[in-house]
Design a protein around this ligand. Structure first.
Ligand code: F6P
Length: 341
């Protein structure tokens, strides 16, 4: 028995820990593992396979990024692309596949499952916006990185009586902004789930200033951009139809400075918080996910994804995983609003 493993979409911390656990568990069953590099693009390249033994991967649990590399390739966008993946997986001798990714990658996995591929999923995204699981790996590491960066920016903001607008990733949902904003004690956090009212943001900053709080920290999700701003700035979309985001931090910073005259700085944390070593939480979660994904194959539960529910690893259908995005929990939104100061 030979199982394949691939990573699709944006990378995040914990991908290597999943690979490591998949190989360990597969070897326990006496199976071989074939790494397929560059996500779904690996099925269209001749240089993309790497046999993996635990000897190769035992020491990568702390390593950020992915040794398997990744891409945002969507085979469904190529002529007969899904059929080509099925044919190529046969040529590779892959009996079952572990697809590690977010809703795009898992959506493709579901389409392939419907066409006969024996595939299971592992939920990955730093954005934490995937349905069917309480948490994805990569999120906790990104939040911790963002929290430390915001802690640092607070000290310089205080020293200079400045407003800082800090933009973080989060395309459809504000999980990263909300968790890092709450954890770092941001004054205001703005997420895609709530409409931005620039006037309200400016009044908030002014009110703080007037009561003597001259430094203000605002955390904003990249996806919180006003619709007009998004469409004016970026026309390009990737193979899954996603627009390149960014620009809301700059826009808000300019508006605040223009309307208040308070010195304002903008910092875009972007990929800085996506890269780097995984947190302990993500290393453990990725390991549990990787081991359980191989167990799904052993049990013949194809078309399913491993998932975290409470503190247990369970499984849900790939269809559910691909039905995203999962927006911010209203309880967290409420905490964010209640703690804003
Ligand atoms: O993987 C999701 C994500 O992290 C989004 O939050 C962000 O918009 C996007 O990736 C950035 O992607 P890229 O690495 O292609 O610039």
């Amino acid at each position: 028995m030979r199982i394949g493993i691939l990573n699709g979409g944006g990378d995040c911390a914990g991908l290597n820990a999943v690979t490591r656990a998949v190989v360990k568990r597969a070897e326990a069953y006496g199976w071989e593992v074939l790494g397929i590099k560059y996500g779904w693009d690996g099925f269209f390249r001749s240089d993309a396979t790497m046999p993996l033994t635990f000897r190769d991967v035992h020491d990568i649990i702390n390593l950020g990024g992915t040794i398997l590399k990744s891409s945002r390739t969507n085979p469904a966008k190529r002529p007969n692309g899904l059929e080509a993946v099925l044919d190529r997986s046969k040529e590779m001798g892959v009996d079952a596949l572990v697809a590690v990714g977010g809703d795009d990658t898992l959506g493709v996995a579901f389409e392939l499952y419907k066409r006969g591929l024996k595939v299971v999923g592992v939920p990955k995204t730093m954005d934490n916006d995937l349905p069917g699981t309480d948490f994805t790996f990569g999120f906790d590491s990104a939040v911790n990185e963002a929290m430390h960066a915001i802690d640092n920016l607070k000290t310089t903001a205080e020293s200079h009586d400045r407003v800082f607008v800090i933009e973080v990733m989060g395309r459809e949902a504000g999980w990263i902004a909300a968790y890092s904003g709450i954890a770092a004690g941001a004054n205001l956090t703005i997420v895609p789930e709530e409409r931005i009212d620039v006037e309200k943001v400016v009044s908030f900053v002014k009110a703080r200033h007037e009561r003597g709080e001259k430094a203000t920290i605002i955390v904003v999700s990249e996806g919180a951009a006003l619709k007009e701003l998004r469409e004016a700035d970026h026309g390009k979309v990737d193979e899954f139809g996603h627009m390149k985001l960014g620009g809301i931090g700059e826009f808000l910073g300019n508006e605040i400075e223009k309307r208040t005259d308070y010195e304002t700085r903008v910092v875009v944390l972007g990929h800085m918080i996506r890269g780097g070593s995984p947190s302990a939480f993500d290393r453990v979660l990725s390991t549990r996910f990787g081991l359980s994904a191989v167990d799904l194959i052993k049990e013949g539960k194809f078309g399913m994804m491993v998932s975290l529910r409470g503190d247990k690893i369970v499984s849900v259908s790939l269809e559910e995983a691909a039905s995203g995005p999962r927006l911010l929990d209203p309880d967290i939104l409420a905490v964010m609003d209640m703690i804003s100061y």
